[in-house]
Design a protein around this ligand. Structure first.
Ligand SMILES: C[S@@+](CC[C@H](N)C(=O)[O-])C[C@H]1O[C@@H](n2cnc3c(N)ncnc32)[C@H](O)[C@@H]1O
Length: 664
């Protein structure tokens, strides 16, 4: 076989293999799970038993997510559909929207382009940094792990177009074997260009379908919508019965001699080879009005095929009956590269059964999972973009009868893996670990443009007369950390003799919940001015770091009020402040009320300091852009409850807040 070689496939004659480290997933949220199911899951989990299946939406780079799925799902996946970015520049910026201000009826939504985050730019460079060579290496790594995930009856469909399709075919032949190539499906996604100039308009995409073995799941599909089917219907269903039902007539002749089907029926002689159906079927069809009796008894009986019972022509590899979605389509969620549900429906029906596991690790707006859910399949989806994950979550929630699902990431494990590979300590001694940690802190301080400070335990740097604390990689910043920081800041500012003001920036990967408000209180009591800033995920990416300009955003501040009437609590969002650096200047003018920055909020009425269980939510959709700002809950049992509120802003970032509720 001819082999396709690209720059990076071999290094010093050695074939490069994908990352294979399996990191544990962390569930950051469960959606739509009843309290009873939640209890059951907890009980099973603590008894070390297998818990019920949950569909999964995973936020992360599939480079790390795929190897982490392998221990659990190797050989278990019946269908993979992927739609990776396939033209340079595509997919890494997205269209976001500031909704209209509810207080003014005339107000219109404002649409703006959200530029890619550094993480997304990094994925873009990983994919396209060395042109097609890096693209093929990226895909090769994903596809070789995909092959391990597939079950023996499994199939993979890869969606692409003319830019890279020809290379991908060669790559997939090599990985899956030429014999396992099933089809190149040509999807006609739009009508023609009005004015082609010096080349023809491109109206198709390609979908390469490969299987793991030759024993595949294959459920033939039929269509009435293709041009051929429509022509067939027009030409062939040209008769109408007395009830107005359109039908075509069709012979009832056996192609081969069948003595047992050679019988006379109601005075009509059999054809020389016999009929194509038994006498019982003939009688049944007669009763159902499906036979045509010619007036001349020497002629043959024929069968009526009614148009309303016709299932269509078998689907071939040219799909010209599925239309691309536009902004008026019901399923449109505003994701630029969103694919039609009917496309996924066909693929899922062809190559999976009810209960099959379907995976899409470039899931975008979540089309694959939404359709898989509707068709009774299990699903796992992954995307690197926060905005994609948020779009998919909202879309799933709007799906009728949605089963509970989990939102996951690789959390601190991805960071730990990064810390130990970036800041290598040769050995396990405490001293070396200490060195590793201070190298990590210096690195973060540098990105924050702060200078390291010595002689303190909790304070690691200084920036423009504010002290800086750098939170650990593997633990959230807690209230006791804040107390310790405040004490030291106070000591340092009084003892510095330089009249330094008592102020500190606290940088953390994660913050213990409710920290913002309570911690500000603590700091204010100790007369220290504190700011909390999130260390962005982008610092994990060497290239993003080299490019500089990493932004440390302040935590969003959310205010929530509550009222209790007997056992019923009402909570209300009363304010929300976040930095709006990511919203372009001219779009900012449209923000008249804080609630316009909120796209979605959800409540866990009985938060147990573990995972956020989404038990109530309100969100904006294109069809219904209004957002509720109040939510009620009736507690059936007296007790002390912790309510957690999670707000997601229009760019997909989340902010949480907890409230204590005492029900008598
Ligand atoms: C063409 S879009 C998929 C659209 C999707 N089929 C739909 O119907 O909405 C490709 C997606 O791949 C994601 N992506 C790109 N590189 C990735 C990576 N390394 N890991 C995970 N997702 C990635 C992008 O964020 C984007 O959402």
């Amino acid at each position: 076989m001819t082999e396709l070689v690209w720059d990076g496939k071999y290094i010093n004659g050695k074939r490069q293999t994908p990352v294979r480290v399996a990191l544990p997933f962390q569930t950051i949220e469960t959606v739509n799970e009843s309290a009873a199911d939640r209890r059951k899951t907890l009980e099973l989990f603590s008894a070390g038993q297998t818990t019920a299946w949950r569909n999964r939406l995973i936020w992360g780079d599939n480079k790390f997510v795929l190897p982490s799925l392998l221990p659990e799902f190797s050989g278990q996946v019946d269908l993979i559909y992927i739609d990776p970015p396939f033209t340079t520049g595509q997919d890494f910026s997205f269209t976001a929207m500031i909704p209209a201000n509810d207080e003014y009826e005339q107000d219109e939504p404002t649409v703006f382009i959200k530029e890619p985050s550094i993480l997304e730019q990094k994925a873009y460079r990983d994919t396209w940094g060395k042109g097609v060579d890096s693209y093929l290496q990226m895909l090769y790594e994903r596809l070789s792990l995909s092959q391990e995930l597939l079950s023996d009856r499994g199939s993979i469909y890869l969606h692409c177009d003319w830019h890279v399709g020809h290379y991908i075919k060669a790559l997939m032949d090599e990985l899956f074997g030429e014999d396992n190539f099933r089809n190149e499906i040509i999807w006609k996604r739009k009508g023609g260009s009005a004015n082609p100039q010096n080349r023809l308009g491109v109206v198709t995409d390609s979908i390469f379908w490969y299987s793991k073995t030759d024993k595949i799941i294959f459920n033939p599909q039929f269509t009435k919508e293709s041009d051929e089917s429509k022509k067939y219907v027009e030409e062939r269903f040209n008769r109408t019965d007395e009830k107005g039902r359109r039908f075509m007539d069709s012979p009832l002749v056996s192609p081969n001699p069948r003595p047992n089907l050679t019988y006379s029926y109601k005075g009509y002689a059999p054809p020389p080879n016999g009929w194509s159906i038994s006498k019982e079927v003939m009688e049944r069809w007669d009763k159902d009005g499906k036979l045509l009796f010619p007036a001349d008894k020497s002629k043959r009986l024929r069968r009526k095929i009614f148009l309303d019972e016709y299932i269509g022509q078998p689907v071939q590899n040219l799909w010209n009956d599925i239309y691309v979605i536009n902004s008026q389509s019901k399923e449109f969620v505003g994701y630029d590269t969103q694919k039609p549900e009917s496309l996924l429906e066909r693929i899922i029906k062809f190559s999976s059964d009810e209960g099959s596991l379907v995976v899409d690790f470039f899931c975008g707006s979540g089309t694959t999972g939404t359709v898989a859910e509707r068709l009774g399949r299990r699903w796992v989806m992954c995307d690197l973009s926060r905005f994609a994950i948020h779009t998919a979550r909202k879309r799933l929630l709007s799906t009728l009868g949605i089963q509970p699902f989990s939102v996951q990431n690789l959390g601190k494990y991805e960071r730990q893996a990064w810390q130990s590979s970036e800041f290598k300590a040769n050995g396990e001694s405490t001293e070396l670990k200490h060195q590793q940690e201070s190298a990590y802190r210096r690195f973060i301080l540098d990105l924050y443009h702060a200078t390291p400070a010595t002689g303190h335990v909790w304070l690691h740097g200084v920036k423009a007369s504010r002290m800086v604390h750098v939170g650990a990689v593997d633990a959230p910043v807690t209230l006791s950390d804040i107390r310790a920081v405040a004490r030291e800041v106070w000591k340092a500012s009084n003892g510095s003799g330089e009249g330094r003001k008592a102020a500190a920036d606290i940088l953390g990967w994660e913050f213990a919940f409710e920290l913002n408000e309570t911690a500000r209180q603590i700091a204010a009591e100790s007369r220290v001015d504190v700011a909390f800033k999130k260390i962005p995920r982008e610092v994990l990416e060497k290239k993003a770091v080299e490019q500089g300009d990493i932004k440390f955003f302040e935590l969003g501040a959310l205010s929530v009020g509550s009222k209790l009437k007997k056992q019923e609590v009402t909570i209300e969002l009363t304010d929300f402040v976040i930095p709006i650096d990511d919203v372009p200047e001219d779009a900012r003018k449209s923000i008249k009320h804080w609630s316009q920055m909120i796209d979605y909020w959800a409540v866990d009425w009985d938060f147990k300091d573990d995972t956020f269980h989404n038990q109530w939510q309100s969100y904006r959709t294109r069809q219904d852009p209004k957002l509720e700002l109040k939510a009620n809950y009736d507690y059936s049992e007296p007790g002390e409850y912790k309510v957690m509120v999670k707000v997601i802003d229009i760019l997909g970032n989340d902010t949480t807040k907890t409230l204590d509720i005492k029900v008598k």
